[in-house]
Design a protein around this ligand. Structure first.
Ligand SMILES: Nc1ncnc2c1ncn2[C@@H]1O[C@H](COP(=O)(O)OP(=O)(O)OP(=O)(O)O)[C@@H](O)[C@H]1O
Length: 275
């Protein structure tokens, strides 16, 4: 398997990807590169194919044509055994957490370890406790069932499971949906700190403008079956595509920008005080 690369190297390369269901084409000749160590936000109107793109990358949906390389390997033409090797290095957090409801949080985190590794049950427990703490949950959450957790805690439990195998890339499908603004900001901070401490690459589908401002290094906009714009948020928001203008410069977009400027001012003040 390919050696680990440098920050900024392409880690996922998608070329001329076409996907569809029956007569409906979702993506046509879509190109996208994700760089190692970045948080890439994927945005676009409802039904533009953000989740389908995520699922195509992780192998849950078979594209009609095109190429997807992960860690430099062509994942569409590889055999199942090689694909499993790639899968071990990918963590996924689906929108609702997708936890097994009949299992405790610890058992949920252990599930991928069981599937991929042959570890003693003590070691499995130890890793589960570490990932649960890393995801910002109290340790007593380990023995709880998903139905006993709040929405925000369920997301964190899903994240703990996504991190179980020490992935290089984490895929997040609308991670802050359904969280209150304070919970959402805390979740963003957690993702940022994991990126910084673990060198994670994050592919994040989101509608959350505050998350885009707070967490994402780059933003990719899906429209008309393609990536219509990609780059740092301040560049993308200048694009004159009508959806981009409406999204970033409408009332919610302006509010998110204003609050991110305020946040930067506050952290600038904090830094000045520390000096
Ligand atoms: N398994 C499937 N079978 C048939 N059509 C599907 C399937 N999955 C998704 N689609 C269709 O693909 C299109 C894109 O769906 P997708 O869920 O990727 O949109 P999205 O951009 O994530 O939307 P939203 O922002 O509303 O979550 C939609 O028209 C959807 O109905």
């Amino acid at each position: 398997m390919t050696a680990r690369g440098e920050k900024g190297d392409p880690i996922i390369e998608i070329k001329k990807l076409t996907t569809g269901f029956g007569s409906q084409i979702i993506h046509q000749d879509l190109d996208l590169t994700v760089k190692r160590g970045e948080i890439l936000g994927i945005v676009g109107g409802s039904g533009t194919g953000k989740s389908v793109l995520l699922k195509a990358i992780i192998g849950l949906i078979k594209p009609r044509s095109g190429a997807i390389r992960i860690f430099g390997e062509d994942v569409l033409s590889m055999n199942d055994r090689d694909h499993r090797e790639i899968d071990r290095r990918l963590g996924v957090l689906f929108q609702d957490g997708a936890l097994f409801s009949a299992m405790t949080v610890a058992q949920n985190v252990i599930a991928p370890l069981r599937e991929h590794l042959n570890l003693s049950s003590e070691l499995q427990q130890e890793i589960a406790s570490m990932k649960i703490t890393l995801s910002g949950l109290p340790l007593d959450a380990a023995t709880k069932y998903p139905s006993e957790l709040s929405g925000g805690m369920r997301k964190r439990a899903g994240l703990a499971r996504a991190l179980a195998m020490d992935p290089d890339i984490v895929f997040l499908d609308e991670p802050t949906a359904g969280l209150d603004p304070i919970g959402a900001a805390k979740f963003d901070d957690l993702i940022i700190s994991l990126k910084e401490s673990l060198g994670l690459t994050v592919f994040m589908v989101t509608h959350d403008l505050d998350s885009l401002h707070r967490a994402c290094d780059r933003v990719a906009v899906l429209a008309e079956k393609k990536v219509r714009a990609i780059g740092p948020l301040e560049e993308v928001r200048k694009n004159d595509h009508p959806w981009i203008q409406e999204y970033f410069s409408g009332p919610r977009g302006r509010a998110a920008l204003a609050s991110s400027v305020q946040e930067q001012d506050r952290s600038g003040d904090r830094e000045a005080t520390v000096e």
